[in-house]
Each structure stands twice: as structure tokens, then as C-alpha cells.
Write a protein that binds this ligand. Structure first.
Ligand code: SF4
Length: 322
């Protein structure tokens, strides 16, 4: 069997998928990054290697995406390294070709992608405001003493509506505490919180955009039934949750790798599963040669620099001879 591997390295999760030549997902792994992107990619690759022992296979291509895509790309020998917008849109269009709007909420960022005729025509990303992300919900679930997996289900049992100020995490938290003191139940507070998060998301990311059904909602937060229901109330229509909602970026990277290999006819640059054992050493420094003060990331293998990125002018990246 020919397989294509996709890896999505984000700040919260690292996802690894393997797909066959017919775009069937034969392996998927969602793991916490825990601030160690290299280690989490290695772990994902080891689990994949173990899983693949059950079949005869040839790795034909590998793609990486996510905020750690360059690092992961160097580690595995990726054939393509793509941004998250392209990767997510590719996967969604593959499974839901008529999609017009992709709503994506992950652990620490969120995005909206507008699609027309299977092409990305507009998008927006939020990487700075925690109020519209999974980490905000995690924090509130801890504060309310309700496990995050029960959070959405509990919201669906609310008898009354309560409006929570969701513009920022600090306001939301103090407003929730006040509403609890007024006697609203946990279910009602959580429903109010889901509505606040969705309002915040639509107002910030959807502002000025042509939001149109069909809507596909993906990312880790798509597991939360309360948020899905809040989107349906706000947008007035049904929201589709894809089967592989929490690994769509990795699937997109695998599909893009497959397309690249098929079109170019090249052999994959995949280093093999042994790459997980290689001692890559990443480090960062701030370039002070101009006012941009870029944070430059440098990766070394056996004392040799194998990759540099983060420099806006290419001054450092161009010095890598390969
Ligand atoms: S890497 Fe280039 S753009 Fe960035 S601070 Fe240095 S000189 Fe300026």
C-alpha cells in the first residue's frame, strides 16, 4: 500500500495522520505538544511506525503544517511544508466539497476560512485573543469544576438564557462569577459562555466577511456540543462537524503531499522512521541588525546547521547551504 503522512504541529497539539492512495485515513494520532514540538513529532512517528507493522506499505510522501511546520519538515524530510489555512481548507474541501465557510477553533488560536468553488477566497486568524479558543474553555471548565468533556453536554441542558460578556477572558470570568452569584445554574452559565465565545468569534473573525452555509466546524473545540449548538443559534442553520474534525490540518498536509508527488513525479524526501532518533537541536536568537528584531530559529544536526527561519529578510536562512 502506498501511504502519505501528514503532520500538524501546533502549540497545543501535534497531530500525525497516514492516508492511503485513495485518501482513506488509516492512522491518526492527536497528542499534546506540551511545549516540546520535536518530542511530540517523534512520539507520533513512533506510534505510526508501530501501527504500520500490520501492513506492507511504502511511504510515498510527507507534508507538514502548523506553527511548527518548518521544524517538523526538517525532522521528517517533508516534501511540502504548508501554512495552516491551506492545509485545513484542502482537507475540508476533500471531505465536504460544497463547503463555503470553515470555522476552526483550536487550543490556542482560531481561524475562519471562506471558500468559493473549492478555493480559499478570504480568511482571518486569531492568535492573540484567548477568549475565542479552547484554552479559555479549559480554564473555565477547571474553574467551574466541570470536566471539559461534559461541558458542552451540560450547556444543552440549560433552562434559561444568561448573557456573559465574552469580549475578553478577564471580563468573561468576572461576569460569570457575578452571574453565579445571581443564582444562575452551572448549565446556564456554561451555555452563556458558549454563546459568548461564538459571538466573540463571529464579531472578530467574521467581521466584513461573506459568511454562507454550508458551514464546517473543525479543530479540537468542535467536540464541544455546546459550542456547536451556539454556532447553530447564531448562524441560524445546521453546522457540519467532519469525522476527523481534530486532525484536519494533518490530513490537509497529507493530501497536499500526495498532490505534489503525483504532479512532480519526484521521489519522497522522507528520512524514514529512524529520523525520530536523530539528535536535532533547535535554538533561537534575536537578530539585532535592524529594527525588526526578528526571532530567528536555527536547527542543528551533528554540529551542522540544517535549517534557519524566522528572519524577515532571509539574511540568515540564505546562509544554510543544505
Ligand atoms: S533578520 Fe533581517 S530583517 Fe530580521 S532583524 Fe535581522 S536584518 Fe533585520
Amino acid at each position: 500500500m502506498d501511504i502519505y503522512i501528514g503532520i500538524d504541529v501546533g502549540s497545543v497539539s501535534t497531530n500525525v495522520v497516514a492516508m492511503d492512495q485513495n485518501d482513506h485515513i488509516i492512522f491518526k494520532e492527536y497528542t499534546r505538544t506540551n511545549g516540546q514540538p520535536l518530542e511530540s513529532v517523534k512520539k507520533g512517528l513512533k506510534l505510526l511506525e508501530e501501527d504500520l507493522k500490520r501492513i506492507f506499505y511504502t511511504v510515498k510522501g510527507v507534508g507538514t503544517t502548523g506553527s511548527g511546520r518548518q521544524l517538523a519538515g526538517i525532522l521528517v524530510g517533508a516534501d511540502i511544508v504548508k501554512n495552516e489555512i491551506t492545509a485545513h481548507a484542502t482537507a475540508t474541501v476533500n471531505f465536504h466539497p460544497t463547503v463555503n465557510t470553515i470555522l476552526e477553533i483550536g487550543g490556542q488560536d482560531s481561524k475562519i476560512i471562506i471558500i468559493q468553488d473549492k478555493m480559499v477566497v478570504d480568511f482571518a486568524m486569531n492568535t492573540v485573543c484567548a477568549a475565542g479558543t479552547g484554552s479559555f474553555l479549559d480554564h473555565q471548565s477547571e474553574r467551574l469544576g466541570v470536566p471539559i468533556q461534559d461541558f458542552g453536554g451540560l450547556a444543552l441542558t440549560a433552562k434559561k438564557d444568561v448573557r456573559i460578556a465574552g469580549r475578553c477572558t478577564v471580563f468573561a470570568e468576572s461576569d460569570m462569577i457575578a452571574k453565579q452569584q445571581y443564582g444562575f445554574s452551572k448549565a446556564e452559565i456554561i451555555k452563556g459562555l458558549c454563546d459568548a465565545l461564538v459571538r466573540n468569534y463571529i464579531n472578530n473573525l467574521g467581521r466584513g466577511k461573506a459568511l454562507k452555509a454550508p458551514y464546517v466546524f473543525q479543530g479540537g473545540v468542535a467536540a464541544n456540543k455546546g459550542i456547536k449548538a451556539a454556532f447553530e443559534r447564531e448562524l441560524g442553520c445546521e453546522i457540519i462537524i467532519p469525522k476527523y474534525y481534530n486532525v484536519m490540518g494533518a490530513i490537509g498536509a497529507a493530501i497536499l503531499a500526495k498532490e505534489y508527488i503525483e504532479v512532480s513525479g519526484e521521489e519522497t524526501k522522507f528520512r524514514g522512521f529512524g529520523a525520530a532518533e536523530l539528535a536535532f537541536k533547535p535554538r533561537s536568537f534575536e537578530c539585532e541588525d535592524c529594527a525588526n528584531c526578528c526571532e530567528v530559529i536555527k536547527v542543528e544536526l551533528n554540529g551542522k546547521t540544517v535549517a534557519i527561519w524566522g528572519d524577515k529578510c532571509g539574511k540568515w536562512a540564505n546562509s544554510v547551504t543544505g
